[in-house]
Write a protein that binds this ligand. Structure first.
Ligand code: GLY
Length: 354
């Protein structure tokens, strides 16, 4: 997979003008959702390089990350006579960058695209690393492809139109990056102050470090054969929480599911790999204070377990594959965990988060 250039912006308009001019293309498309069309597109629409772009706008949020929406984007590209030399900008959160990336990667066997993530979640995770796709058959990101954007342009200014829930949701992926990197980074993250007005300059600094951690992992293992699985920390149980909530028609933000998944998976790390108890407690305290709790009871454990068996990372349908830690930055991939231990971790969740 080719390497994508990550630009942490100091001046979005200048950076975007320069990057677009560096591409050779015949037609330019900008994919937005209803929210970014209204709040983010105006920030870039009058830049000379963007002025003649064709807008494609899709519905907001994960419920629209479907085959129907994908077909709509393909149709728009086709009806607007996009060619293999066309360029697409995906301006939005993870749904837009994932679906837009997949649309671009498959249209005429692939056109170039630039990601401009506008949510914290997409800045530190979705837009970086080349995973694209859609939900299918009730399962998250079931269909997709590895296809890197040529550039990812990150500007924390966009976060000023984001609500607290979406910021804290993205922050869960940053905590995950802290956990798989260094004590210093992890400590900095769980000390960050969300009680008063957010200090966007400090946040941008943490974002830059977080993206660097992800980039480094993706560079070593772009197709997730080994160390990239470390990025799945918190996600095996997190995805089950997400699917469970969706099924109950009370969808939750991805990062909340990851944060709650981290509680369970750090507990598993503690019992299976001796992850230090104090670091488990400090992380759980931060999560409890900032994310609250997802309610479920032991009657739901079998359903949650069933969702875990669908996880793409499993090598067979009867074993569940985890990434666990022996300490901050000490990563153990491909850990098979028994059903009993998983149920224990759900007990731990219910007792500590209660
Ligand atoms: N979101 C995990 C990864 O990009 O591998």
């Amino acid at each position: 997979m080719s390497k994508q250039e990550i630009i942490i912006c100091s001046n979005l308009r200048d950076d975007l003008e320069r990057i677009i001019s560096s591409h050779k293309f015949d037609k330019l498309f900008i994919l937005t959702d209803n929210h970014t069309y209204r709040y983010c597109l105006p920030v870039i629409k009058d830049i000379p390089a963007v002025e003649n772009a064709t807008d494609i706008t899709i519905g907001v949020e994960d419920v629209n990350k479907t085959l129907e929406t994908l077909a709509y984007v393909w149709l728009k590209l086709s009806n607007s006579e996009a060619t293999r030399r066309s360029l697409m900008i995906n301006l939005g959160g993870g749904m837009v960058t994932d679906l837009g990336g997949f649309a671009a990667a498959t249209f005429k066997r692939g056109i170039s695209f630039i990601n401009i993530p506008t949510t914290l979640l997409s800045m530190v995770d979705a837009a970086v690393g080349g995973k694209t796709g859609i939900n299918f058959n009730g399962l998250k990101n079931e269909i997709g492809a590895f296809a890197p954007a040529s550039e990812v342009i990150i500007d924390s200014e966009f976060l000023k139109t984001s609500d607290y829930e979406n910021i804290i949701s993205g922050y869960a992926e940053m905590i995950k990056h802290g956990l798989i990197s260094t004590d210093e980074n992890w400590k900095e993250l769980i000390k960050f102050n969300f009680d008063n007005e957010i200090d966007y300059k400090s946040l941008q600094n943490l974002i830059s470090k977080s993206v660097g951690i992800k980039e480094n992992v993706v560079e070593q293992d772009p197709y997730e054969k080994g160390i990239r699985k470390s990025l799945n920390l918190g996600h095996t149980i997190g995805h089950a929480f997400e699917s469970f909530s969706l099924k109950n028609e009370s969808p939750i933000l991805h990062g909340y599911a990851v944060a709650w998944g981290l509680v369970c998976e750090l507990y598993l790390s503690h019992i299976k790999c001796s992850f230090p108890i104090e670091k488990l407690k400090s992380t759980v305290t931060f999560i409890k204070e900032h994310y609250g709790k997802l309610y479920f009871s032991c009657k739901d454990y079998d359903k949650l377990y069933e969702f875990m068996t669908h996880d793409k990372k499993n090598e067979s349908s009867d074993s569940i594959n985890f990434t666990l830690l022996s300490d901050i930055g000490e990563i153990n991939i491909n850990q098979i965990v028994s059903k009993d231990d998983i149920f224990d971790s759900l007990d731990f969740y219910c007792e500590t988060m209660g």
